[in-house]
Design a protein around this ligand. Structure first.
Ligand code: SF4
Length: 369
């Protein structure tokens, strides 16, 4: 069993011996054969489907991904279909899953695969890592699951699991910690079944070796775990810094002209780049004359349209990354403004379901329909 590791260089850490590694591999694979959850992406080794699942699962719960995964593969059954799609179609399929950059980068990567690799997903991990939106972890997961390539993985669940299996007491997010854990991940890999083994590691980290109250009595490697032996589960891994949330006040206007409402496409660098939104902007006050004047001015600055503010429609509280946002939504009447701009669209409310909207705009659209 490895002794607790402090921040010595990787070569000097008490990385485990061969017998310990063999026992871990055997127990973990046997446990996974019996306890693996039946998830849709575990029924395929198609690299495209594995890729879709891996990207969707980044920062997103399994339960949220299942429906999106099925619908996405139905809409774009293969790489060529994804590459040929319009970005708006891709974003519409991704709507509600968040982190829309993932969808845009997948779409770009599909086009690269078609242009440079004849539509075949590349097998070489280095080439996979060269695709937009794919880092070392995702490349390793795809190559190991699709082709059993001997590629290690390191993501949130395995960072925690490896830290505990090594009793690593320093910060695993720092470069020293990352080096140690990547080295350990490579040592852990068996000669074969690397795909199943990597999935078993993630499953154990997600279902048993949880951040709080890990289920050590049900853990297949409990007898091999130095953190359990030392009772240090609450101290390893070192807790990450707590997120400091920032309160924001914003307004969104449903600007009406005849039977249509105004939408604006978020530009590059904005929170929901590529998605459509009702005109939205930060404000200083949620009501009163100052609010009205500010909302009218900001709408003109953002869209070039002159409007008269109407009734309060709803107020939505939501969170985006480290922001807690109160969104005050009002009706507004269009007065005048320059004709068409590429980033603006007048849409009948009944057609809003064909357009990729961010989550709060979708909520507002449901009030309108
Ligand atoms: S014994 Fe407990 S702390 Fe150790 S790997 Fe298993 S669940 Fe995690």
């Amino acid at each position: 069993m490895p002794r607790p590791v402090r921040s010595e260089p990787c070569s000097a850490t008490a990385l485990p011996d061969a017998a310990w590694l063999r026992r871990i591999r055997r127990r973990l694979l046997a446990w996974f054969r019996r306890h693996a959850r039946d998830l849709p992406w575990r029924h395929t080794r198609d690299p495209y489907a594995v890729w879709v699942s891996e990207i969707m699962l980044q920062q997103t719960q399994v339960a949220s991904v299942i429906g999106y995964y099925a619908r996405f593969l139905q809409a774009f059954p293969n790489i060529a279909d994804l590459a040929a799609a319009d970005e708006q179609q891709v974003l519409r399929q991704w709507e509600g899953l968040g982190y829309y950059r993932r969808a845009r980068q997948m779409h770009q990567a599909a086009r690269v695969i078609v242009e440079r690799h004849g539509g075949q997903f590349p097998r070489d991990p280095e080439t996979i890592r060269g695709l937009p939106g794919i880092g070392r972890y995702t490349a390793g997961a795809i190559a190991s699951i699709a082709w059993d390539a001997s590629e290690p993985i390191l993501e949130a669940n395995t960072i925690r699991l490896y830290s505990r299996l090594l009793a690593y007491r320093d910060d695993p997010a720092r470069s020293e910690g990352q080096r140690t854990l990547w080295t350990f991940a490579a040592q852990l890999l068996p000669r074969q079944d690397c795909g199943a083994f990597n999935q078993a590691l993630m499953e154990l980290g997600s279902e048993i070796c949880t951040p709080r109250n890990p289920q050590c009595p049900h853990c297949p490697v409990q007898q091999l775990c130095p953190t359990h032996a030392a009772g240090l589960q609450d101290e390893i891994p070192l807790p990450s810094k707590r997120t400091v949330y920032e309160e924001l006040l914003e307004a969104a206007l449903v600007v009406r002209r005849n039977d249509c409402v105004l939408l604006r496409c978020c530009g590059p660098g904005e929170r929901w780049a590529g998605m459509w939104d009702f005109p939205r902007f930060p404000i200083r006050r949620p009501r009163g004359k100052a609010f009205v004047a500010e909302a009218v001015r900001q709408t003109a600055e953002l869209t070039g349209q002159r409007v008269a503010l109407g009734e309060h429609l709803t107020t939505i509280k939501h969170g985006v990354t480290r922001y807690r946002i109160t969104l005050v939504c009002h009706e507004a009447r269009w007065i005048d403004g320059p004709p068409d701009r590429d980033d603006l669209r007048w849409v009948e409310p009944s057609h809003l379901d064909q357009i990729p909207l961010n989550v709060t705009s979708r909520k507002i659209s449901r009030i309108l329909s």
